[in-house]
Design a protein around this ligand. Structure first.
Ligand code: NDP
Ligand code: 2PC
Length: 316
């Protein structure tokens, strides 16, 4: 009944997760009445950064209900802890409880990958695909999951890693050295290799902008993962507000309430990721010259997708 982080990692197939994530995000953005997801609750402890988060949702169409309860304690390690519970929505039976750290890490990275497919790969010519450069900023849990998922699902020509504490980037590089020989470390964010990157994933708990317009190239795709409070941000206003930037989010409702970059810059959101799925009009509007930003804060239907994939794989 309880599946720990190792069981989650072993049984959560990424291609299946990508498929179910696409389906639920598509239906979420279409306001499909069979999918119910209220805004999550974030209860802060003593007005500090430490918090208890509750993310429920019901999917009558697929026949499941899910609730993820996690703590977020940025100064602890791991920062996120908790459990995901999956229920049958026809009879109310509890089907599975699983480690939320691994589910959160993998579903977030897979949502970033889905955004990269829709906003970057789709517009790239073959040459760019064959020579693509990925950069990951922040080499803790999310950074590691992004490296894992992005390299399992795509072959990158080069990968650059940066972390505030450079040892964390070096350790991550070293953990992957037997699988990947194309990882290099960025000592600082003014390194011009950042400007060569085709895709950048920002996976930090920063409260100050780490990158601005001058540090990235035209047409770059950024997955901005880290902020989920008004006070947090990874991207500067000039990047958020440039007429060359198109901003996509996981949920407009959640992003306007939680994403520091969006709240502080008042940048305009172009669409939700789900609106880009099965939608050629939006896909055609994504042009090669523009910078695309997928700002995620994380939503319950993503945990639901991961729990369903896990449950169905364990049932076999
Ligand atoms: N969008 C989503 O769906 C989700 C978002 N998140 C968020 O993503 C972020 C990363 O998550 P996770 O890896 O689990 O968190 P961790 O606490 O494990 O790691 C924090 C990371 O942020 C970096 N960091 C912290 N403060 C700063 C700063 N001021 N400047 C630059 N880097 C900084 C750390 O770098 P170093 O270790 O080198 O000091 C480390 O890489 C968190 O903010 C988390 O809340 C998490 C889950 C889902
Ligand atoms: O979606 C999620 O689980 C989280 N987003 C930010 C902290 C945890």
């Amino acid at each position: 009944m309880y599946y720990d982080e190792f069981a989650v990692k072993e049984n959560l197939s990424l291609p299946s997760l990508l498929e179910v994530l696409s389906d639920v995000l598509y239906r979420y953005s279409k306001h499909d009445p069979s999918l119910q997801q209220p805004l999550r609750s974030i209860l802060s402890i003593n007005g500090q950064q430490n918090a208890l988060l509750n993310l429920p949702c019901i999917d009558i169409h697929l026949g499941y209900m899910c609730v993820k309860t996690i703590t977020s304690f940025p100064e602890s390690s791991p920062a996120i802890d908790g459990a995901v519970s999956l229920f049958n929505s026809n009879n109310g039976r509890l089907l599975l409880i699983a480690d939320a750290k691994e589910i959160t890490a993998r579903r977030t990275a897979t949502a970033s990958f889905l955004a990269t497919q829709l906003l970057a790969f789709k517009k790239w010519k073959n040459e760019q695909k064959e020579n693509a450069i990925l950069t990951i900023l922040g080499c803790s849990v999310q950074g590691r999951a992004h490296l894992d998922v992005f390299t399992q699902l795509f072959k990158w020509n080069k990968i650059y890693l940066w972390s505030r504490n450079m040892t964390h980037a070096i350790n991550l590089q070293s953990d992957y050295s037997s699988k990947l020989s194309n990882i290099e470390i960025l000592k600082d964010l003014n390194d011009n290799r950042l400007q060569q990157s085709d895709v950048i994933c920002t996976c930090t708990a920063s409260e100050e902008a780490l990158i601005g317009l001058k540090q990235v190239k035209k047409g770059v795709h950024i997955n901005a993962v880290g902020s989920f409070r008004e006070t947090m941000r990874e991207l500067a206003d000039d990047l958020m507000l440039s007429s060359d930037t198109q901003i996509i989010v996981d949920s407009k409702e959640s992003a306007m309430k939680e994403a520091g970059e969006i709240i502080q810059s008042k940048a305009k959101i172009m669409a939700e990721l789900g609106e880009l799925i099965h939608n050629d009009k939006f896909s055609n509007d994504i042009c090669n010259e523009k910078i695309t930003i997928f700002k995620s804060v994380g939503i319950a239907v993503e945990d639901l997708a991961a729990a369903i994939v896990l449950y169905e794989s364990l049932k076999k």
